[in-house]
Each structure stands twice: as structure tokens, then as C-alpha cells.
Write a protein that binds this ligand. Structure first.
Ligand code: GLP
Length: 246
């Protein structure tokens, strides 16, 4: 079942998502969290750090699995998702490094996909945090990806490269063209999914995800078939809901 929670702004998205995460780790200190990069979850991560520092909520027994990683950036590049996650979340928590899982894109890529997938198959993610691409992608599962996909290597779509250029001095030529990502079936295996979206440029993707047909052309539309999804969207991202597609 998909529940859409419409809030006013980014701060409220972050607060609502934080309530869910706090509830999860309080009830289950060894919870498994599926985590996302991008700007959508940064406010949530800041609230998690603040709460850890002020209230002592512990992540010592928590395990995390990230959705994806660029191919072609060394781990210590500031825009690798490894660096992003440490800078924006892990360095501010008491999580153990060995409990953090981020797909590695160094070495034999096929082998790295299989290893990550094996680890995912041995685990049940309690809560998966998701953003959404302006073309409806989740993780780096671009339009056209099979709903049965598992961890795999993808060629990023030109629109995704353009969207992500803002993290690379607005220079398209600096954006990696490939990534390793959890597949859609890995994402769907999570017990609960929380998707965060803000801003006008997400409005069409949110409309297609919530109201459109379930189609591989809109990867996020498969979430309509998941038993427990919360979509937390601000006014602008929700602006095309319940209206004709613009
Ligand atoms: C990237 C990530 C996705 C993320 C999307 C949206 O492509 N691989 O996991 O959801 O961007 O990013 P943002 O939250 O910055 O809009």
C-alpha cells in the first residue's frame, strides 16, 4: 500500500522521515537501514546526527546498505557515494564501519555486483530510504530497467547526468556515465520504503509514480505494488498529483 504524505517544505519532509527512522531504531536497535544519496535525504541525515548527539540514540548495532555508487570515481573522491555518506551521515553517528555497506565499484565489477547482491539476499532491510530521479529512477535504476533486476551496472541516462552535474561544478563531462546499483527487486524486498521528494522538477515523476500505470518506463511506479510505502512529498513535488499530466 502506498501512503502519500504531503507536507509544506523540505524541513517537514526531513522531520517526518526522521520520526520514522527514530521509531525504527528505537524499537529495533539492530535494524537494517537502506540508505540513499542525493540531496533529498540530507536533511533527514542531519536530524539523525543531531538526535544522536543530543539524545544519545545509538546506531552501534544498526547495519546499513546503500543503494548505489558511481563507477569511475575513486572511493576517496569527494563526490563518490562512499564519501558522501561518510560526510553527510556516518561520521556523525556511532555506527561501526564494518556495519556499513556501499556497493564498491573498484576492481572486477561483475564480481562486485554479485558480492553485494549476495549480502543483500542474506539480509532483510527494515526501512529503505529512497529519493526519486526526475525521470522516475530509483537508486540508479533508469527507465527501462526490469522490475526483476538485482544488483547490476548501469549506463546513466543523459537526463540523470545533467541532473547530477550540479555536484560536479555543473560540468557534464566530469559526471560519471556508469554506476552500480541495487536492482528493483532488491529495493522491493525491503519491509518498508520511505520515498522523499521535494521541488517542482520532481512533480511529473511523482505523478507518474503514484497515479500512472505500473511500467518499467517509470521505475518508481512499481512501488504501487509494495505493501508498505510512505511517500513524503512537499507541495511543489505534489503539485501534479490528482491533476492531468502537464
Ligand atoms: C541520484 C541517486 C538517486 C537519487 C536521485 C535524486 O541519481 N542515485 O538515488 O534518488 O539522484 O537525487 P536528489 O535527491 O539529489 O534529487
Amino acid at each position: 500500500m502506498m501512503r502519500v504524505i504531503r507536507v509544506n517544505d523540505y524541513q517537514e519532509i526531513s522531520e517526518k522521515a526522521f520520526e520514522e527512522i527514530k521509531k525504527t531504531v528505537t524499537e529495533k536497535p539492530d535494524a537494517v537501514l537502506g540508505l540513499a544519496t542525493g540531496s533529498s535525504p540530507v536533511g533527514l541525515y542531519q536530524l539523525m546526527i543531531k538526535d544522536h548527539q543530543e539524545n544519545g540514540t545509538s546506531y552501534r548495532e544498526v547495519r546499513t546498505f546503500n543503494l548505489d555508487e558511481y563507477v569511475g570515481l575513486p572511493k576517496d573522491h569527494p563526490e563518490s557515494y562512499y564519501s558522501f555518506m561518510h560526510r553527510n551521515l556516518f561520521d556523525g553517528l556511532d555506527i561501526k564501519e564494518e556495519n556499513i555497506h556501499i556497493p564498491s565499484s573498484e576492481g572486477d565489477l561483475q564480481e562486485k555486483c554479485e558480492q553485494y547482491n549476495d549480502a543483500l539476499e542474506e539480509t532483510v532491510i527494515d526501512v529503505q530510504i529512497l529519493g526519486i530521479g526526475s525521470n522516475g529512477h530509483i537508486g540508479f535504476n533508469e527507465p527501462g530497467t526490469s522490475f526483476d533486476s538485482v544488483t547490476h551496472i548501469v549506463d546513466l541516462k543523459p537526463s540523470t547526468i545533467r541532473d547530477n552535474a550540479r555536484f560536479f561544478d555543473d560540468d557534464i563531462s566530469k559526471v560519471p556515465t556508469k554506476a552500480i546499483t541495487m536492482g528493483i527487486s532488491n529495493v522491493m524486498a525491503a519491509k518498508k520504503i520511505i520515498l522523499l521528494a521535494n521541488g517542482e522538477n520532481k512533480a511529473n515523476a511523482i505523478q507518474a509514480c503514484v497515479m500512472g500505470p505500473v511500467t518499467e518506463n517509470v521505475p518508481a511506479s512499481i512501488l504501487q505494488e509494495h505493501p508498505d510505502v510512505i511517500m513524503i512529498v512537499d507541495r511543489t513535488a505534489a503539485s501534479s498529483l490528482y491533476k492531468e499530466k502537464r
